[in-house]
Design a protein around this ligand. Structure first.
Ligand SMILES: [Zn+2]
Length: 476
């Protein structure tokens, strides 16, 4: 059975299939803006995308996962200037921190992680194509705007009322419409290229329209085109990106290439509430992973809490919920400990990846796997897991072996780990950081840097074992 998923554009549950002519399932996800630590709301989205990827992989689909790094925009430039650092140094620091958190939370690294700055030439080329095709124009100050009225189906993703669209690069007060984020009521021509302003400091690049920098939306169009082509299988992001960001991505790519059908499927995850409240800086509830670790929780428990609600329903994240996640994981560990001797497996064999490759059957966990395949119903999947765990009768040895393999495969799809909470915490922060940087260097084919980082790890007494889709850090 294929994996079915709700699609924002058609508002229908649709199967996710690889096209016969394509080697892998192309998945583009909007990544973090690296100007500060990512909070749990950001991570919920990334973890849900990770579970989707793992679920597709568990169902036999080869995935090509691309997730970008926004390393130039209003926020990163303001942050770098305030910190007295170059933009590159400032954003690298926050990128490293992001990678470290991702590793701790069990996120598989994307196959490609493109950065906006190194893709400025591709963004400029795309803007040139848009001007040439009559979809963009140069304003008096050298900024370039996308002309929304030139795109006949602009607004199709968010079902926008096209009669309210206006074509103008300035508002009624005569100010430029160059904000990266705005609401549907002010849908207007938006900036593709922003002419240089003194507050940009040293951060400008040359272009045919003078020095400046790209607007935020164009980067994802340019980078998905570069790495996945004009059309690909799935685009993901938080629901807050649906308008205007994703709407603008569709318009930019389809108008620049002349090819319709930018992303075949749109995967949006709902908002996160914290203790029943909207997340905001002023409320002080934008938890980071570090803050939750300081409160005594493990990243694995945080991950469990963040995936425990359905992705299309806003999740109310509470500290009580993370405590419940801890109890749930402990309950699973007790059950596995009871069943393993019956199945004839050791704990080490259970956590080793070979176990779930041993058999393709799901045992009594088949309904849990079906829940995951049906619109990524993670709470349904967890519910089915605990139905089996709650059964009084112990299985026969043959059934126990199937159960163990089925559960190991499910946990792999959910990205949850058992019995390793203590070992996980024992990896020092600097080692985890070096590991994440080395993996990123290797992904970027910077083998010299990767080699040096391996030496740095070895000097600290650690080795890194590479797998096809990730790595393990082990004490030498
Ligand atoms: Zn994006």
């Amino acid at each position: 059975m294929p994996v079915f998923l709700h699609d924002t554009m058609s508002r229908e549950l649709r199967p996710l299939l690889t096209k016969p002519d394509k080697a892998s399932f192309g998945m583009y996800c909007c990544g973090p803006t690296v100007y500060g630590p990512a909070h749990i709301g950001n991570f919920r989205t990334f973890i849900l995308q990770d579970v989707l990827r793992r679920t597709l992989e568990a169902s036999g689909i080869k995935v090509k996962h691309v997730r970008n790094i926004t390393d130039v925009d209003d926020k990163t430039i303001r942050g770098a200037l305030a910190a007295g650092q170059s933009l590159a140094t400032f954003t690298q620091g926050w990128t490293d921190k992001f990678h470290k958190d991702c590793t701790a939370l069990g996120l598989l690294p994307p196959h490609i992680e493109p950065g906006a700055v190194v893709h400025i030439p591709q963004q400029v080329a795309m803007i040139e194509a848009l001007i040439k095709r009559g979809h963009a124009y140069v304003a008096k100050d050298g900024s370039v705007y996308f002309k929304v009225c030139s795109c006949s189906d602009y607004g199709k993703l968010s079902h926008l009322d096209r009669s309210k669209l206006q074509t103008q690069d300035t508002n009624s007060a005569g100010q430029a419409n160059d904000a990266d984020e705005y609401d549907r009521e002010s849908a207007n021509d938006f900036a593709l290229w922003k002419a240089y302003k003194p507050e940009d400091g040293e951060n400008f690049w040359p272009s045919p329209w003078g020095k400046g920098r790209p607007g935020w939306h164009i980067e994802c169009s340019a980078m998905s085109l570069e790495h996945l082509g004009a059309t690909f299988d799935l685009h993901g992001g938080g629901v807050d990106l649906c308008f205007p960001h994703h709407e603008n991505e569709i318009a930019q790519t389809e108008c620049a290439t002349g090819i319709k059908g930018f992303a075949a499927h749109w995967f949006h995850s709902a908002h996160l509430l914290v203790e029943g409240d909207k997340m905001s800086k002023s409320k002080g509830n934008l938890y980071t992973l570090e803050q939750l670790i300081e409160k005594g929780f493990t990243p694995n428990e945080v991950r469990y809490a963040l995936i425990s609600g359905h992705y299309r329903t806003p999740l109310n994240f509470t500290l009580h919920g993370v405590e419940n996640a801890r109890s749930a994981i402990a309950k699973l560990e007790r059950w596995v400990d009871r069943i393993l001797p019956v199945a004839g497996f050791s704990r080490a064999e259970f956590v080793a990846p070979q176990v779930h490759e041993l058999q393709t059957t799901w045992g009594r966990f088949a309904p849990a796997w079906e829940a995951l395949q049906n619109d990524l119903n993670i709470p349904g999947c967890l519910g089915q897991i605990f139905t089996v765990v709650g059964e009084r009768e112990d299985p026969t040895p043959a059934q126990a072996r199937q159960d163990v393999c089925g559960l190991a495969k499910l946990l792999q799809a959910l990205g949850l780990v058992l019995f390793v909470a203590k070992a996980e915490a024992a990896i020092p922060v600097e080692v985890a950081e070096l590991g994440a940087r080395r993996w990123a260097a290797k992904q970027g084919k910077d083998f010299a840097a990767a080699d040096q980082l391996r030496k740095d790890l070895s000097a600290l007494g650690w080795t890194m074992l590479d797998r096809k889709d990730g790595y393990d850090l082990k004490k030498a």
